[in-house]
Design a protein around this ligand. Structure first.
Ligand code: SAH
Length: 349
């Protein structure tokens, strides 16, 4: 079984290099190829001898993302990728261009088992977790393809990051590593549907990232209808974990709220939400829900969105309405999904 070299920390790689009785300086050299240049094969490591490249290839595998399809939005240059992984599974990622740079929305799982009623990623359930290398290589593949530097990362693609906790933590360590891409932890957001033990574990790590919590409803009745996860960890428990999180990390939480017509977009819901979040170090992101055919959720009218936002503001809650990028290529929130009819049979490892 070949080892997953791209998921190794610098220290782990240096132990592997020592075990192969290679000189110490090889670690820095190989790590640079992997994490700075973002290569997808050992043959690209052109300053290594052919013999060494073959030796590496015998012992290790670079789990990379292959571009199967690329769509570019005509409105805003948002790019959506369909990537295939080494076992032929498919994931999607999105690159958005902002004034301050490029943000990439990456997937953390193939599919998702959380079952949120409005979301496309969960329609076929969970297939498997992504390895740290596979989360990283989405970024490396896009940077190489677009010839740009990704400066911000959001874990808001397919999957539930806290349902793949250890691999996501390792991904964070690697992507922020000074010897690698060196993306600032402050430029990273992690979004969860509300897995309370995961939020508690994350608080202990005391990272400088932004935690986004997909709240979407101000009470258990509506939230349980929209998000099955609420049956396990209810609103009161979730909000108390969030309050604890901000206390322990001094970081502001961002609450996501997708507005669904006649479901969670009434003025009463806005008032209830405002009182739920009162006094908390937080921000609310309102997202008119993106309609996914199979879910039957209808988006709120601009008037309802405006009213909802005003009510929150008037009650002292920080709020913004999220812009919809990549709307012509289904790249917006919750629209990422595996194209399940297509399965590429890559040569097995
Ligand atoms: N599993 C994580 C992250 C992935 S989803 C989470 O639940 O937070 C990223 C965000 O998109 C979440 O806030 C999610 O609730 C939201 N989302 C999913 N489907 C959507 C849709 N159809 N319209 C708008 N937002 C959606």
């Amino acid at each position: 079984m070949k080892k997953d070299i791209l998921s190794m920390t610098y220290e782990e790689l240096s132990r592997e290099i020592a075990a192969l009785e290679l000189p110490k300086y090889r670690t820095a050299q190989i790590y640079r190829w992997l994490h700075r240049a973002g290569v997808s094969s050992f043959s690209e490591m052109t300053d290594l001898s052919k013999e060494l490249r073959e030796r590496l290839n015998d012992n290790f595998v670079i789990f990379s993302c292959n571009i199967e399809k690329k769509q570019i939005s005509e409105y805003d240059n948002t790019v959506k990728y369909l990537f295939s992984l080494c076992d032929g599974e498919l994931i999607e990622s999105v690159v958005m261009q902002y004034k301050y740079g490029y943000t990439m929305c990456v997937s953390s799982q193939v599919g998702c088992r959380m079952g949120c009623r409005f979301c496309a990623s969960t329609l076929n359930g969970l297939v498997r977790n992504l390895y740290p290398s596979e989360i990283l290589s989405q970024i490396y593949a896009a940077e190489r393809d677009l010839q740009v530097r990704i400066s911000h990362v959001v874990l808001m693609g397919m999957g539930e990051p806290l349902d793949n906790f250890d691999n996501v933590m390792r991904f964070l360590k690697l992507i922020t590593d000074e010897s690698g891409k060196n993306i600032s932890m402050r430029h990273i957001s992690l979004s969860t549907c509300g897995i309370v033990p995961g939020i508690e574990k994350l608080a202990q790590r005391d990272l400088q990232l932004t935690l986004s919590v997909s709240l979407h409803a101000p009470n258990d009745r509506i939230r349980s209808e929209m998000m099955p996860v609420n049956k396990k960890w209810q609103v009161a428990e979730l909000i108390s974990a969030c309050r604890k999180y901000t206390k322990e990390t001094s970081r502001r939480i961002s609450f996501e709220y997708a507005l669904v017509a006649d479901k969670n977009d009434s003025p009463e819901c806005a008032a209830e939400l405002a009182s739920l979040l009162k006094g908390m170090l937080c921000h609310v992101n309102l997202i008119p829900v993106n309609e996914v055919k199979e879910t039957g959720c209808r988006t709120s009218s601009p008037e309802r969105v405006k009213r909802f936002s005003e009510l929150l503001s008037e009650n002292g809650i920080n709020v913004t309405v999220r812009r919809r990028l990549g709307r012509d290529i289904d790249a917006a929130c919750g629209q990422l999904r595996q194209n399940s009819t297509k399965h590429i049979n890559k040569e097995q490892l």
